[in-house]
Structures are given as structure tokens and as C-alpha cells.
Design a protein around this ligand. Sequence first.
Ligand SMILES: Cc1cc2nc3c(=O)[nH]c(=O)nc-3n(C[C@H](O)[C@H](O)[C@H](O)COP(=O)(O)OP(=O)(O)OC[C@H]3O[C@@H](n4cnc5c(N)ncnc54)[C@H](O)[C@@H]3O)c2cc1C
Length: 227
Amino acid sequence: MFITNGPIAHFILVLCQTNQTIQPSYRGQSIILVEKDAAGFTATDVGEKMGNKMTPTGELSFNDVKVPATNLVGKEGQGFYQALRIFEEIRVEVAAQALGIAQGSFDRALAYVKQRRQFGRKLEDFQATRHKLAELVTKIETARLMVYRAAWGIDQEDIDPKVTSMAKMYATRVALEVADEAIQMHGGYGYMLEYDVERFYRDARIMDIYGGTREIQKNTIASGLLR
Ligand SMILES: Cc1cc2nc3c(=O)[nH]c(=O)nc-3n(C[C@H](O)[C@H](O)[C@H](O)COP(=O)(O)OP(=O)(O)OC[C@H]3O[C@@H](n4cnc5c(N)ncnc54)[C@H](O)[C@@H]3O)c2cc1C
């Protein structure tokens, strides 16, 4: 369920239970490549979404699918560890997407308050606006440092799951807050499809869910602290 680009993918990497008896069971998991034309495989578009409309989302179904042994990716029994490694990168990628949305929302809001006039002044002259901008830009810079720190860990093969989870969770929350405030600073125009900020708000929402929900990121961070 809910696989990004599932309906248009030419092949799928599937985490399979290839050994039914081994304990713990995750040691019996392997990654296997399945081509979209394999008999028994179907991918169905799940339909309209709130945001992230540039990628279709699919429900994948496997019914007695058979593939040659050469479709094993990596070593048998290592699939769980391979998947964990992929998830570390995905978290940083989602965090980077969120950072981009936060920055894009902020840039639109900054440009808007510099030109919009109300009550004889530009919005940028209201102290409430100035303080809001100061708070948001501080959070964006904090998120940027966290994302860069997590990405550096991936590059160095020095991966701390706490750090990747913190980056994803924090950057996502910042993106949602900045997009929300950017709409607010645009007033009624911010709610209109004509302005980018409403789309940024909708696109940011999924980042708190896919790649591991906020709650799962908290579990990972706490596990790193408490074991
Ligand atoms: C548009 C879209 C694209 C997606 N793309 C992909 C993809 O490409 N690949 C992929 O693998 N997945 C993808 N997903 C799936 C996504 O990762 C899951 O939806 C997400 O992990 C949550 O799982 P769930 O929907 O089963 O919710 P549930 O697991 O049912 O969770 C519901 C709520 O309960 C909370 N919860 C669940 N377990 C715990 C726990 N142990 N402790 C505390 N709280 C908990 C969750 O945080 C959440 O708030 C996509 C989803 C969407 C909507």
C-alpha cells in the first residue's frame, strides 16, 4: 500500500521472507527484484492525494510471483539490514525536501511582506511581521544544520539513526510551520491556488508521515538514548 511511483515503476525491490524458520525472523529476509511484467504482480494507482501530486502512489499486489534466483539483490538473509540502510538515506532525503519547502515558503513570504501595504504601511514594517520572520528564519537555519549534519554522516558512512531521525522530524515540523505562517502572511491570497505557499503547505504534510512517521522517529531517537 502507498508506494511512491509504484504505478509507473519498471521494477520493484521487495523485502521478502526467504527463510521461514530462522529466529529472529528478520535474519531470514532478503531483497528481491521484481519486474513490473512478472506474472501475478499488479500495481494500482491509489488515487487523488492532498499534495505531492507530482508522483503517483500505488498499491502493489503479489500473487504467487516467481522470479529467477539471479533477482536476489545483495546477499540472502541481509535484506533487513539493507532496508535499514536505505531508510537512513530516505530520512535525510525527506528532511532535505522539507528544508527546501521551508526555505521556499519563507522566500515567498519575505517577498510578499516587502510589497503588500495595509493601514498605510508595508507589512514588513509591522513588528509582529518582523518578529515572525526572525523566528522562522532561525528555525530554518537550525533545520539546515541538522540536515547537513545527517547528510555528512551518510557521506562518511558514520550513520547515527538518532541524527537522521532528528533531522527528518525537525525539518518536517519546521516546513509545516513555515508554510503555515507563509500562508498567514499572505492573508487571503495565501489560500489561493495562484500562490505557491498553499501547495507548499499541502506538499509538506506527507513528510511527517512517509519515510517513517513522526512518532516512529521519536521511537528511534529514544531507542538511541535508552536502548
Ligand atoms: C503519499 C504516500 C506515499 C508513500 N510512499 C511510500 C513508499 O514509497 N514506500 C513505503 O515503504 N511507504 C510509503 N508510504 C507509506 C508510509 O510510509 C506509511 O503510510 C507510514 O509509514 C505510516 O504507516 P501506516 O499508514 O500503516 O500508519 P500506521 O502504522 O497505521 O500509523 C497510524 C498512526 O499510529 C502511529 N503509530 C503506529 N505505530 C506506532 C508506534 N509503535 N508507536 C507510536 N505511534 C505509532 C503512527 O505514527 C501514526 O500516527 C507512503 C504513504 C503515502 C501516504
